[in-house]
Write a protein that binds this ligand. Structure first.
Ligand SMILES: [Zn+2]
Length: 163
């Protein structure tokens, strides 16, 4: 039986905050993009907003879980000030060269499947906005429609792709 809720999954770097190369390691380099109105529109349509991000920099020791948590709190608080609730953050802390294979690193669907299970989501009514092919592939593997945008492209430009 499909879940009761619908969601828009969001990649982090290049979608919610500015793309900075491999990983954003320091909160000083964390520049939050202005997608407030666009995400408010999606929220008002009844979509849960869930973040799904590869954080292989954790496996590499480039930053800690605490530093990552600070970035996510900053993201959540900034969006909240604009009336947008980012409901949850799902991240893959692994990297194949350091921790071996896992089920959650995109293009694997694990992060999306976690969100789908936790929030009783119907994947057929849900979307994944990302700036890499691997985001679209992860979405497809989870039964969610992937939408590819350019890095740092305003989400407002692709809103008409979402019912
Ligand atoms: Zn993983």
């Amino acid at each position: 039986m499909p879940g009761k809720n619908k969601a828009v999954f969001l990649d982090r770097d290049g979608v919610l905050n500015r793309e900075m190369g491999d990983y954003v390691c320091r909160i000083e380099d964390f520049y939050i993009l202005d997608n407030f109105e666009a995400l408010k529109t999606l929220q008002d349509k009844g979509y849960l907003l869930l973040v799904a991000t590869n954080q292989g920099g954790l496996a590499k020791g480039w930053y800690t879980e605490d530093e990552l948590a600070k970035m996510h709190i900053s993201l959540k608080e900034t969006y909240r000030q604009h009336g947008v609730e980012l409901t949850d953050f799902f991240y893959c802390p692994h990297h194949p060269n350091f921790t071996g294979d896992c089920d959650c690193r995109k293009p694997k669907p694990g992060l999306l499947l976690q969100g789908i299970a936790k929030y009783d989501i119907d994947p057929a009514k849900s979307y994944f906005i990302g700036d890499r092919e691997r985001d679209v592939d992860a979405g497809t593997a989870a039964g969610v429609k992937g939408i590819l945008i350019n890095s740092d492209q305003p989400i407002s430009e692709i809103l008409d792709l979402i019912d």
